[in-house]
Design a protein around this ligand. Structure first.
Ligand code: ATP
Ligand code: MG
Length: 190
């Protein structure tokens, strides 16, 4: 079985800005686990644990997918999880081409018999995962203040010229992602 997902690799300009934001946030280990720079990505669809031949089928469907290159702008920093945050992420400016690409990826999954989750697509780049209960009051306050301070964060626009299929290996030291294949978008300059 292969644990797979489809995501946008991030241009180095965006990745560098996200690393800067990570360094400005209060992310105390071990309760908080920042995402390592090489793992920063924007998930389009989670495929999950699947037999290798099915992932191969998906690869061919993704190869056949046609979508336009587009500009991505990151905006704002916030947390998922409501009153007990479990992750901190950078937001994304609304982008119709991004939404279209995500729908095409879901359609490709459908075509090969994978059943994609139909939750509303909330594009984001996870910066850190955390265990809120293991943070004391002072750390919680500093973390939340840091998020508020990053409210004006903006990075880009940067051209998204490709998307990719990844394999995820979950490990005790955090996940490791392997890029299985990369798919170019039409009209990309770079
Ligand atoms: P870990 O699970 O160890 O915290 P991770 O979430 O980065 O690491 P995976 O669980 O393999 O690694 O997930 C790969 C990508 O797919 C991540 O972007 C993750 O947020 C996303 N993802 C994982 N599970 C789901 C899910 N059930 N629905 C939507 N996206 C998911
Ligand atoms: Mg996960």
């Amino acid at each position: 079985m292969i644990r797979a997902f489809v995501a946008l690799p991030l241009p180095v300009t965006l990745r560098q800005r996200l690393m800067l934001v990570q360094s400005l946030l209060h992310l105390p280990r071990p309760a908080v686990r920042p995402v390592p720079p090489e793992n920063l990505h924007l998930t389009l669809a989670f495929v999950g644990e699947q037999p290798a031949p099915l992932v191969e089928d998906l690869h061919h469907a993704l190869e056949a997918l046609r979508a336009q290159a587009f500009d991505l702008t990151l905006r704002g920093v916030s947390a998922f999880g409501g009153r007990t945050p479990r992750s901190v992420h950078a937001g994304v400016e609304p982008s119709e081409p991004l939404a279209r690409l995500q729908r095409k990826v879901l359609r490709a999954m459908d075509e090969v018999g994978l059943d994609p989750e139909r939750r509303r697509f909330t594009p984001h780049v996870t910066l850190a995962r955390l265990d809120w209960r293991r943070l004391d009051e002072a750390d919680r306050t500093r973390l939340l203040r840091g998020i508020v301070d990053q409210d004006g964060f903006r990075a880009g626009p940067a051209e998204i010229a490709a998307f990719a299929l990844y394999r995820s290996h979950l490990g005790r030291e955090g996940p490791h992602y392997d890029e299985l294949a990369r798919y170019g978008l039409e009209g990309a300059l770079a």
